[in-house]
Design a protein around this ligand. Structure first.
Ligand SMILES: C[S@@+](CC[C@H](N)C(=O)[O-])C[C@H]1O[C@@H](n2cnc3c(N)ncnc32)[C@H](O)[C@@H]1O
Length: 220
């Protein structure tokens, strides 16, 4: 298994089938994201909510196949982050996957300040504290990290669901300007998004969905 990321993911999938309690994205929803990586060929990908490293290993492997450079995973819980780092090492991906311990917002600020995200982030995977998705997206927007071509992927849009995030990424520029004028936290309302809801299943067999949002431009 050492050095073989596919085998590490298979072992986690097998464990998830026979035990309850694991909250990794799993094979079916994971394939939606690896297909997106194959299509968009991101160079740098940011993940918020690393857990034990399953998605980092799966997505970094897909990223490597399209010539991507770096995978950055932010995880709040230091124990999960340590397990992730150890499984990432087992998968042979230690050199190109970085696990950052902290909240999504802390990780974004730290990685941005040191230049690790570049001028614009290619793909962001939201899979952490559900109420923080919108706040952390707006933080990325304010820092200028979201631009034309950025792809946002948000997990758990049914289980448990995230109406606030869905409303924000599906809103028009005019609607977002109104939200901002109404006192909501402001990101960059001028970013134009095209968003779709894609359903599949959790490792438990329960139906869930991801929201895939592409930034198609910035309104003048
Ligand atoms: C659903 S799990 C992530 C699963 C992982 N992406 C996978 O598919 O293998 C959610 C993770 O987010 C972490 N988390 C919760 N709140 C967070 C926050 N505010 N910032 C960063 N991580 C957070 C949790 O500790 C947990 O490990």
């Amino acid at each position: 298994m050492r050095g073989n990321s596919a085998k590490v993911c298979e072992a986690i999938d097998a464990f998830a089938r026979s035990h309850t309690g694991l909250v990794n994205i799993g094979e079916l929803k994971g394939a939606i994201v690896t297909d997106l990586i194959a299509k968009h060929k991101p160079s740098v990908m940011l993940e918020l909510g690393g857990y034990i490293g399953y998605s980092a290993i799966l997505f970094r492997n897909a990223l490597r196949q399209v010539g991507g450079k770096r995978f950055l995973s932010v995880e709040k819980n230091p124990l999960f982050a340590a397990v992730a780092a150890s499984l990432i090492d087992l998968a042979g991906l230690r050199d190109t996957v970085r696990v950052v311990v902290g909240t999504g917002a802390e990780g974004i600020r730290r990685l941005h300040a040191e230049g690790s995200l570049g001028t614009q982030v290619d793909m962001v995977f939201f899979d952490h504290h559900k109420p923080s998705y919108t706040h952390d997206l707006k933080l990325c927007e304010r820092l200028g990290l979201v631009g034309k071509g950025t792809v946002l992927v948000a997990d758990n849009m049914i289980l448990p669901g995230n109406p606030k995030y869905a409303a924000y990424v599906r809103a028009s520029v005019g609607e977002k300007q109104q939200m901002a004028a109404g006192g909501e936290e402001v990101g960059n309302p001028n970013l134009q998004y095209v968003s779709r809801f894609v359903q599949n299943y959790e490792p438990s067999g329960d139906q869930d969905a991801v929201e895939i949002t592409e930034c198609t431009g910035i309104a003048a």
